[in-house]
Design a binder for this molecule. Structure first.
Ligand code: FES
Ligand code: FES
Length: 164
């Protein structure tokens, strides 16, 4: 079955089996392996991408459902240098093993698009569909707060320890 998708700004046409999951299409047909597979139950969110701007667990839908739509993956986030979310995760130690990070960033990207100045509770609720086994989430929240401030034109607060 033929599908046409625009991925990170580039148009692709592909001939795929109708049963192909979107995550497998992204990883295996497009070789964009930043989108991870962390479960087979739609729980972990490691496979989150943006489909027409909405965050979607790409293991949960078929590739044919993305026909004529735009897809953004983590590989498309640094088109103009590091995205403020990527910078935030770097500056605030928002990752340990990094396995959940692409999905967290894609999810947070939609969260900030809909709510540029979220409260801590709104961030925690917003990423509640994405699991992290390493960080305890505190630094992920700080990373998203950093990006939120930067994207609103403010200077993000430093979370580095202060020595006096
Ligand atoms: S791999 Fe998609 S939710 Fe876990
Ligand atoms: S940083 Fe390891 S799973 Fe989140």
């Amino acid at each position: 079955m033929k599908i046409n998708v625009t991925v990170n700004g580039t148009a692709h046409e592909a001939d795929i089996e109708p049963r192909t999951l979107l995550v497998h299409f992204i990883r295996e047909n497009l070789n964009l392996t930043g989108t991870h597979i962390g479960c087979d139950t739609s729980h972990c969110g490691a496979c989150t991408i943006l489909l027409d701007g909405q965050s979607v667990k790409s293991c949960t839908i078929l590739a044919v459902q993305a026909n004529d739509k735009t897809i953004q993956t983590i590989e498309g986030m640094a088109a103009n240098g590091l995205h403020p979310l990527q910078e935030g995760f770097h500056e605030n130690h928002g990752l340990h093993c990094g396995y959940c990070t692409p999905g967290m960033i894609m999810r947070a990207s939609e969260l900030l698009a809909n709510n540029p100045n979220p409260t801590e509770d709104e961030i925690r609720w917003g990423i509640s569909g994405n699991l992290c086994r390493c960080t305890g989430y505190n630094n992920i929240v700080k990373s998203i707060q950093y990006a939120s401030a930067k994207m609103r034109g403010e200077t993000p607060a430093s979370t580095e320890p202060q020595f006096v």
